[in-house]
Design a protein around this ligand. Sequence first.
Ligand code: HSE
Length: 340
Amino acid sequence: MIQNIALVGCGNVGTALLEILNEKRTELSEKHGFIFRVTLISDLMKGTVLDPEGLDLNQIVIDLKEGKNLDSFPKGQGSFGELLAKSRTTMMAEATPTNLKTGEPGITHIRAALSRGIHVTTTNKGPVALAFDELATLAKSCGAKFRYEGVVMSGTPLLHMLQYGMAGCTVLKLEGILNGTTNFILSKMGETGVSYAEALEEAASLGYAEADPTGDVEGWDAAAKVSILAKLLFGKNIPVSDIDRQGITCITPEKIKAAHEHGCTVKLIAGINATNGEFYTYVTPKEISLSHPLASINGPTNAVSILTDNLGEVTLIGPGAGRIETGQALLTDLIAMRKN
Ligand code: HSE
């Protein structure tokens, strides 16, 4: 069956997905039986285009690379629900910016798709952190799949690993680096002594930071990821605001230098501790020994160690942010969800 893909949000990550789909069309078909056309793209800035027979993906990728909007393609008109119907969408990739206060516009897009039986993958943390129960129930009742691999560790398959690779294993504790932007900033300040502001500017220009980077540097982004993992692993609803959270805005190159002088470095550490009958969730900058495995995790790379009953400790290291890396998360989900 040919999948009709809708992309909502055509910024860094959405554009990366289109590039990957365009480049790997033959391989996806031959290796995974994944045959698709992109029938709808909707972006607040670049426009809404629609063709139920498939948009000219190759030309769209060329135009987007040249910084153009989507003006030269067939325009889509109507409500969001009408656009999904007209484009005969079977799967939607939602990649609008995260809003951790309202979850919008992501929640509205995802609701509209799931309620029509359309499978959804999202990289948007807002809907998953704020409305998971509602969206998962809606998906189930409408016979649709709802996946969100890219919301934690971008395309590094942490959620797949936890849900399938470690199915049946009980997680006792989880700790690591879950925000690429802050890890990039701390690494830069430690390696080159650049100021916090300069490092943040570079992280934003490389596409690691959120549209509003306050979410990254004040620890909200990592806290949202902890909240999502608490739900996935322990079935607990821990609001992002209930997580013991501190960001990195108070960390200076001098503080990192002082830490180095006594054999340590500074990392923003996020975790869940469910041992000894407690359940503690946190995000905090920590001084860790230079010999600790997390000390060598630099740049936008993330790492998480998961303590389990049957496997002991399992550690996963990989990209935590980045346009292609997060686009890959959408692709992984699209392939996993394809309708037979
Ligand atoms: N801003 C996020 C980060 C993007 O830096 O980790 C990936 O979730």
